[in-house]
Design a protein around this ligand. Structure first.
Ligand SMILES: Cc1cc2nc3c(=O)[nH]c(=O)nc-3n(C[C@H](O)[C@H](O)[C@H](O)COP(=O)(O)OP(=O)(O)OC[C@H]3O[C@@H](n4cnc5c(N)ncnc54)[C@H](O)[C@@H]3O)c2cc1C
Length: 425
């Protein structure tokens, strides 16, 4: 049983990590004040309205193995909203779309020869079942894959996926990251009827009911700390907040700016940004939920037809499709005006479905965020900053501290809880 505390804690960020941390801190008696720069809750998992239904700005689902998320959803009374669906995935390669959901689909994947398919199955099964991942930290993913899965499997299946996610940095990605992706992911995918936004709203309501304070639409400009006096933050509007301790849930470059601490980008793993269109279409674009684009010519990495998984009823019968990418901050896809960018994407959407035309798009939305995918190189494990920072009473919890698993709401909830316990005990 955790001890109770009288501490007042400032939490910077009302995303998955910050809200989970606040929820667990209150259980231990802490007073929490949450400051969020955006007007809405949820951070990267935040939503907007599509046909009056909340929808995540970036595609989101859970895996059946996401225990921390499922436990939290149950705890806050939302379990009846969470549904799991069979995966419905495909790969676009060489001008053709191939189903790629089940072991049978994978064994029938024609672009790779029979020996390659057997090697793909054997190496995927190995990664799925082994828990022995530490030795994989010493290996580069593409080198390991070329050696064990073979050149053809690597070139056709894995390399485009890793390149799509990490661009020119693909060759530097460590095998332990890929191990975790294969090891923890399940064939069944979970989504909440009504959207994940409900988690954030229910958490925020419960935090407020228990006396927590929210300041929304105001970023923290500066955060200073003193071993004896605790922490002092100044908001964008100049207002001062004092607390006994602070938990900051933003990326390291933002943390450094806020606290005035040094940040050496050359010694950091770096992040890629994400861009994402949501298209509201008259007709279905693809007969799949998730389509990986294994073709370097395409300017995007994945097309996710959300309504293929959850149905169209809640979206006024529109077909809701995400078109997403991870790119460096100076990449043209990150800097181009979204209207112009969409024009550039149209011919590629037509390649996926020749019947597609621009007038299928009834409405569209664009989102981008700079710190969305840490670049997980061989040095990564050494570059992860500790949750307890060098500043007295100041803690940091962000997605780059999740390793070897890929970031996700599940791990954000788990980290929020873990750091809350460490801060208060
Ligand atoms: C394209 C994409 C797809 C994804 N797909 C999935 C998926 O399928 N399943 C899944 O579970 N997860 C997915 N994720 C990951 C998931 O969204 C994140 O892991 C999770 O939302 C991270 O939560 P967080 O609270 O740690 O960080 P964030 O969500 O980044 O929260 C940090 C918060 O701090 C706020 N902030 C920043 N600066 C300040 C400041 N100065 N003052 C106050 N507040 C500030 C931000 O506005 C933000 O709300 C995806 C992410 C992306 C980008």
């Amino acid at each position: 049983m955790a001890k109770t505390t009288q501490k007042k804690v400032l939490i910077v960020g009302a995303g998955a990590t910050g809200l989970a941390a606040a929820h667990h801190m209150q259980k231990q008696g802490a007073e929490v004040i949450i400051v969020e720069k955006a007007a809405e809750l949820g951070g990267l998992a935040g939503s907007f309205a599509v046909q009056d239904e909340p929808l995540e700005r970036f595609y989101h689902h859970l895996f059946a193995s996401d225990k921390a998320a499922i436990d939290l959803i149950n705890e806050i009374g939302l379990s009846d909203k969470l549904h799991f669906y069979p995966s419905n995935n495909a790969i676009y390669y060489g001008g053709t779309v191939y189903p790629f959901s089940t072991p049978k689909d994978m064994m029938l994947f024609k672009p790779v020869g029979l020996v390659g398919r057997i090697r793909f199955a054997a190496t995927s099964a190995y990664l799925k079942f082994t828990s022995h991942w530490r030795p994989l930290e010493k290996q580069l993913a593409l080198t390991w894959l070329n050696k064990w899965a073979g050149k053809q499997v690597t070139t056709i299946i894995w390399e485009p996926l890793i390149r799509g996610k990490f661009g020119d940095r693909a060759k530097e990605i460590v095998m332990s990251w890929l191990w975790a992706r294969v090891h923890y992911r399940t064939f069944k995918l979970g989504y909440m009827q009504g959207g994940f936004q409900q988690i954030y709203e229910v958490l925020a309501d419960s935090i407020k009911e228990k006396g927590g304070t929210f300041i929304m639409g105001q970023g923290i400009e500066t955060l200073k700390s003193d071993a004896k006096k605790g922490v002092t933050a100044v908001l964008e509007n100049g207002k001062k907040i004092t607390a006994d301790a602070a938990l900051v849930t933003v990326a390291e470059p933002l943390f450094a700016k806020m606290t005035g601490t040094s940040f050496d980008a050359s010694k950091s793993h770096g992040h890629l940004g994400a861009t994402c269109f949501v298209l509201e279409l008259k007709h279905s674009l693809i007969p799949y939920y998730w389509l990986n684009i294994n073709d370097d010519e395409f300017p995007f990495l994945a097309v996710v037809e959300h309504t293929r998984m959850v149905g169209r009823e809640r979206y006024n019968n529109k077909h809701v499709v995400y078109v997403g990418n991870y790119v460096p901050h100076d990449d043209w896809r990150f800097t181009t005006d979204p209207k112009e960018l969409l024009e550039k994407y149209i011919p590629y959407l037509q390649r996926l479905n020749p019947a597609f035309s621009k007038d299928w798009i009834e409405d569209w939305h664009f989102s981008k965020a700079p710190f969305t995918q840490p670049i997980v190189t061989q040095q990564y494990a050494q570059q992860i900053p500790p949750n307890k920072t060098e500043l007295p009473h100041v803690w940091l919890a962000n997605m780059a501290q999740i390793y070897p698993q890929d970031r996700g709401q599940n791990y954000a909830f788990a980290m929020g809880k873990k750091v809350a316990d460490e801060m208060l005990n």
